[in-house]
Design a protein around this ligand. Structure first.
Ligand code: SF4
Length: 245
């Protein structure tokens, strides 16, 4: 059951700078709010603001076990740069082990169902377990990222996970993100410089050609409407693309 008035929250956040917005979020939710970071460009911007202002917003990421080396390097670089604790969630070893024993290490390539099962065990369940202890979570989603996000609000009730979901970068453009990164010398994944706009697990991510859709490098063997991992479910039950891995 919804217990937090997101309309009132939304009105209090309109027009604020990113720093002021995150400060307001931190004050409102105390230690019961966390940033779910994929270590993507948007999440690095949010991490920079949280770290520079020492805001009481926890930061966690999900190590699926199949991330590229460059993402691990960025995780270490981010910790060192900010002196931050970044919590690393992992899949439940028994759950994952049972699936791998039955289906093999690369079963996710066999069908959409198998791929979604892999994402479910490696990403969705660890996220779900972490969110269960929170009142709100912060994401780096932006309206511009896809047609399904055009109406993305800064704050809304996350029906799927039963907590408040905050998207402080909802109105930011890709240029806004990269301008911030350059201006503040924020560490970012070197794969972005090699044509990877969206970076997830190593076997399921590849570079795209200039001008191609930013999701074209994720699960490219599937039809576009299936290319979701289940981390971000809209209130309607339809999925929206994630900034998480
Ligand atoms: Fe598995 Fe690929 Fe999903 Fe990673 S992105 S959890 S390897 S299917």
């Amino acid at each position: 059951m919804q217990t937090i008035d997101t309309a009132e929250l939304q009105s209090g956040l309109e027009g604020l700078t990113l720093e002021a917005l995150l400060e307001r979020i931190a004050r409102r939710f105390g230690g019961r709010v966390a940033l779910a970071s994929s270590l993507g460009a948007e999440d690095q911007v949010l991490t920079d603001v949280i770290a520079q202002a020492s805001l009481p917003i926890a930061i966690f990421t999900i190590d699926t076990g199949r991330l590229p080396a460059q993402t691990h390097e960025l995780l270490d670089a981010t910790r060192e740069r900010y002196g931050l604790v970044i919590e690393v969630l992992t899949p439940d070893s028994a759950e994952l082990g049972a699936v791998l024993a039955e289906r093999g290490s690369n079963f996710f390539r066999r069908s959409v169902e198998d791929r979604k099962l892999c994402c479910h065990v490696r990403k969705v369940l660890p996220l779900r377990r972490r969110l269960a202890g929170l009142e709100a979570w912060v994401t780096g989603l932006r309206r511009e990222q896809s047609i399904t996000r055009q109406d993305l609000p800064i704050v809304h009730w996350d029906e799927a996970h039963q907590l408040v979901k905050l998207n402080p970068l909802a109105g930011w453009s890709k240029d806004d993100v990269w301008q911030y990164i350059r201006q503040h010398r924020v560490p970012y994944n070197v794969l972005h410089d090699r044509g990877y706009p969206s970076i997830g697990c190593e076997p399921c991510t590849r570079a795209v050609e200039p001008g191609q859709d930013i999701r074209a490098g994720r699960w490219w063997w599937e039809q576009p409407e299936h290319r979701e991992c289940g981390l971000h479910l809209a209130a309607t039950g339809s999925q929206i693309h994630g900034s998480a891995p």
